[in-house]
Ligand binder design. Sequence first.
Ligand SMILES: C[S@@+](CC[C@H](N)C(=O)[O-])C[C@H]1O[C@@H](n2cnc3c(N)ncnc32)[C@H](O)[C@@H]1O
Ligand SMILES: [Zn+2]
Length: 787
Amino acid sequence: MKMALIEKWFPVREISRDAAIEMAYKAIPAYIKHCRELKISEKRIKEIGREFYDPKIRSLHPWFARRPCSVSRALTLSAVLPSEVDKNTFMKAVGWDSKSKACIMGGYPPILFYVDPDRNLIHQILIKYLGKKPKEIIVCDPMAGGGSIPLESLRLGFKSIAIDYNPVAYLILKGTIEYPSLFGDKLAKLANEEFKRLISYSKDVLGKFYPDDSEGYIIARGIKCQKCGGKIPLLRTTQINSNTYISLHFNSEKEFEVNLTRYPTKLPYESEKRGEIICPYCNIPISKKEAYKIWTKTHVEILNELKRGVINEEKILSTYVLLVRQTKEKEKYIICNENDNYLFLEACKTLMESFKELEKYLPLDKIPDNNEVFSNVKEYGIKYWYELFNPRQLLVIGTLIKYARERCEELLSQGKLGAAISLYLAFGISKVADYNSILTSWKQGTIRDSMGSYAQSRKITYSEWFCEAIVPYRNLNWIFEPDASSKRKTEGGIYPVVDELCKRIGGLGKNAVIINGDSRSLSSLLGNTKVDVINVDPPYFDTHIYSDISEYFWQIFRIILEPYIGKEFVSTINGWNIRSAQVPREGEIIVRKNRKNSKNIFDKEWYTEQMSIFLKECYKTLKDEGVLLVWFTHKSLDAWETVISALCNAEFYVTRIWPVTSELLTRLVTKGGNGDSTLNRTLIIVARKRKIVKDVKENELKDHVIKMMKEMYDALSELDVTEVEINTFLQAVAMCAVTRVEMEGKNIQELISQAKGIAREYIPKLLKERYIKKKNTNLRDFLVFDI
Ligand SMILES: C[S@@+](CC[C@H](N)C(=O)[O-])C[C@H]1O[C@@H](n2cnc3c(N)ncnc32)[C@H](O)[C@@H]1O
Ligand SMILES: [Zn+2]
């Protein structure tokens, strides 16, 4: 069997550097720095300024745990190419040498994603060493999520199969890979026309409910004190941005007045106790949780009253306290006035009058009991999805869904092309729901989306205030960005991403397959097809609950895309109906910390079992000489043990492990640390169908463990890693070493614990022998703090 390049060598440093830049959240300083490293002239850097043309696939629709395209591409390529290929040839094939050109000529950020791999060169190498054409190589990602791995595999020229269990991920995969590759430029053009049409419709129909010169509103949850009846607007802080503050004055009429000032102010009702406020009128303490419950009750009452045709203006304005309006002028805020309240009430009236007509298009289903990510808001009193919107937001969402659904029916006659266009409309409306719900928050100058609280705490929750974007005039333009041009900076809109994808992969459609399925049945999903490489980034133990969080978006997709469901959008998941309001959960391979509602599933043992079943399916699907790549990272050694046992159970052994950068490095900022306690790298486990060495002696095991630890140590020294990373990864690699051996009378668990012992003993020696920089000094370059 030929050794794959990845079993010998991998450009850890270069690819990690590229990935860190690709994943940086506010990336411009990182781009500029990398331009200098690539020796792009100062003149050109100055010309580009901050105006990089940067349409990343993550702007298409949120997905959780998206991975860098650079790493995805380099891994697949180095798993396919044989070890004879030298470093220069590999770097050229992967596209590295064209980075500067793409930046200089196209104004793109200098990262791999914006250059195509050298497909001719790859073709030549494959013919020379393997006697195969690229399209004869089959790469499968059975847990493909947002699609970085299959997208890049397609760009390399390989046949690419992407599977995901989650229906939202499945739709994202279709929109990212299948449609652009099938239709190319024609699709981007038609989608653009459609986006413009939607925006113009929304101006006509929804424009009258918003001021046309603004960016957004900050809305306080208003409650009435249960003891004295005084009106209290809940504020998270008084600070709006770096030099704008709110001052609140409460009067003896139990009313309040809001003003803006340039000087810091104090929250007048703050308690010494965390999670508590003091009524500014009668001084009784009120717990914040209690306050949210009181607010939610009135909020739900208002929606139900509107549904019944009843409108109580005073109740509405004291529940949704329109505080501050952000104007178009930069950094300018004004206190909301009569007109703002008038427009809001007009929207409430229209919702009331059109409730019957819109009902069919609203997400009326119950948030399932077993959705634990939304458990906090359920505790506050939210029962149904539509209750996550204030009346104006609900009117807007309902109107847009209705429009898109009707458009979808009209487009049905165009088959797949119509489905593609409808899907991008649905992505946009789903993003409207992300930026316009009572789950949003305000963070010094910008609206933080509904998913923001999930990103921080893995729970959806809400606090004192939320935001509303100016949907018809501002928000939709930003979401779709139909006027984007490669001469200008992109703002994160959908159109430039679709356009970019259509350009990059248009014409490669024959090589892409997207499936909504459970990869624990991988071999039956693929039938007789055997694959050369499985490149998979499975859920990392308990890191995300994909089903629960994605269920929010599913409510919107399922209503808009209904005409295509069962036709273009199909599922192979047993026991789940794609028309269901709930996303499938039972087969999602994750660990749930809170398992109250599930019977003996989702614990550590279950996860190990399911990973074993999944990896056994990989074994069946992989050609005998095929390569399995598994991405994994976790601080807990338990999690590592789980994955390694699963690999062994499935008869795989580990040939190499590489550390790469794969996470958003800005995480460090939110965690407030200097990076020492965070894992920013993922380990890529390279495995083959098992050829074990039998009857290994103690000292042979030790030698083998140490050899693999040394290799890892060398790879780590290419990167600036944290102390926690060094320790975790060296122990993980020691455990991986045992996948290759069998020892008389010892089972895998015993071998793993023996390996851990060797690691504990050897790591201090290794650290002494050679010094790895322990601080993330370079990481700082990519961090951009919010002002
Ligand atoms: C870490 S994410 C993949 C992220 C992806 N690499 C990206 O760049 O966006 C893991 C994925 O596994 C999927 N998954 C979980 N259980 C699965 C199963 N039984 N079959 C297929 N996919 C599954 C989840 O829905 C999730 O999208
Ligand atoms: Zn009171």
